[in-house]
Design a protein around this ligand. Structure first.
Ligand code: NAD
Length: 310
């Protein structure tokens, strides 16, 4: 029998890759997405796209009740730190109340939820590097706060017997289909600027570090975590500075453009790198794509998309 899966945010960057992986397993997939940053062309034809806002509990419930999902992958989010500062009410409505609505819809069908939280925006600047899951969160932005609050709901639903729900705290995810039109997603932004012959801006003079994890590794982790209860960092454990990201992409582009430099923006961390060892021990997943390999491949894939206008 075909197993059913509901993917919120499935028209987004990471969610669309989750949809592809579930379809490849032979699952019936329904995507819930309000298309606020997602696009229908990212959703595979074999999946059904329902344009629904997760803050609308009744509409979300109708989609879930029609599908009767056996698993829920919850990626829909207000995912911009800058937008969360500008409109914390909306950020809270989508990321906290929306997550509550997803948990309630899943509960009616006994479906486990795998929820994408953030590693980078949760731990704050005082965290040891690499940061393990038991370090107390100290978010700098409403986005980090709303993800932390949503995590608390996910964990309490598990604790009250409403399912084995999973929280995955992602590093800086990159890969094909990432949009270059946000303030985050530095790989896609740099790739787009290099492709169009413009100089990328390196904030923090190129020195800030992040844990760059390829989307394929994130998808494998989400599938492995579905049906398990816990909180896991999903990352590489490798710290890479933004200057190196620029150089890898510039090499891939065959460009000799020099970057421009600017100070770090408010709320941005100096260093971020997550300890991925718990996910390796408990879920048996480990990031396999190194930046030296993943960045050039991603550049090639992204520019093919830019060139075709997708
Ligand atoms: P994305 O913006 O590409 O995808 C988010 C999707 O959610 C979009 O398709 C958007 O249209 C949809 N959405 C937004 N608000 C909605 C609403 N109210 N109702 C229904 N759909 C809604 O972002 P992404 O990079 O693919 O991120 C996916 C998830 O992973 C998010 O939860 C994000 O917070 C989390 N995350 C991403 C990263 C990263 O580096 N990309 C890092 C940590 C966590």
């Amino acid at each position: 029998m075909t197993r059913t899966a509901l993917v919120t945010g499935g028209a987004g960057f990471i969610g669309s890759h989750v949809v592809d992986a579930l379809l490849a397993e032979g699952r019936q997939v329904v995507v819930v997405d309000d298309l606020s940053s997602g696009t229908p062309d990212r959703v595979a034809d074999a999946a059904t796209l329902e344009q629904v806002d997760i803050t609308d509990a009744a509409a979300l419930g109708r989609v879930a009740d029609a599908l009767r999902p056996e698993a829920v992958f919850h990626l829909a989010a207000q995912a911009s730190v800058v937008a969360s500062v500008e409109d914390p009410q909306r950020d809270c409505a989508v990321n906290v109340v929306g997550t509550l609505n997803v948990l309630e819809a899943a509960k009616r069908h006994g479906a486990p939820v795998a929820f994408t939280s953030t590693g980078g925006a949760l731990y704050g600047d005082a965290a040891p590097i690499p940061t393990a899951e038991d370090f107390p969160p100290a978010p700098l932005s409403p986005y980090g706060a709303s993800k932390w609050a949503a995590e608390a709901y996910v964990r309490s639903w598990t604790a009250s017997g409403a399912g084995p729900h999973a929280v995955l705290r992602l590093g800086n995810v990159y890969g094909p289909r990432q949009s270059p039109h946000g303030e985050a997603g530095v790989v896609a932004i740099f790739a787009h600027r290099l492709w169009s012959g413009q100089a990328p801006t390196l904030y923090g003079e190129g020195t800030p570090t992040r844990d760059y994890v390829h989307v394929d590794d994130v998808v494998r982790a989400l599938l492995a975590a579905s049906g398990r209860a816990g909180v896991w960092n999903i990352a590489t454990g490798v710290e890479t500075d933004v200057r190196r990201v620029f150089e890898l992409l510039r090499d891939a582009a065959g460009s000799d453009v020099e970057p421009t430099f600017a100070p770090l923006r408010p709320g941005e961390l100096r260093r971020s790198c997550l300890d991925p060892s718990l996910a390796e021990r408990e879920l048996g997943v480990r990031a396999t794509v190194a930046v030296g390999d993943g960045m050039p491949r991603t550049y090639a894939s992204l520019v093919a998309g830019f060139a075709s206008g997708t």
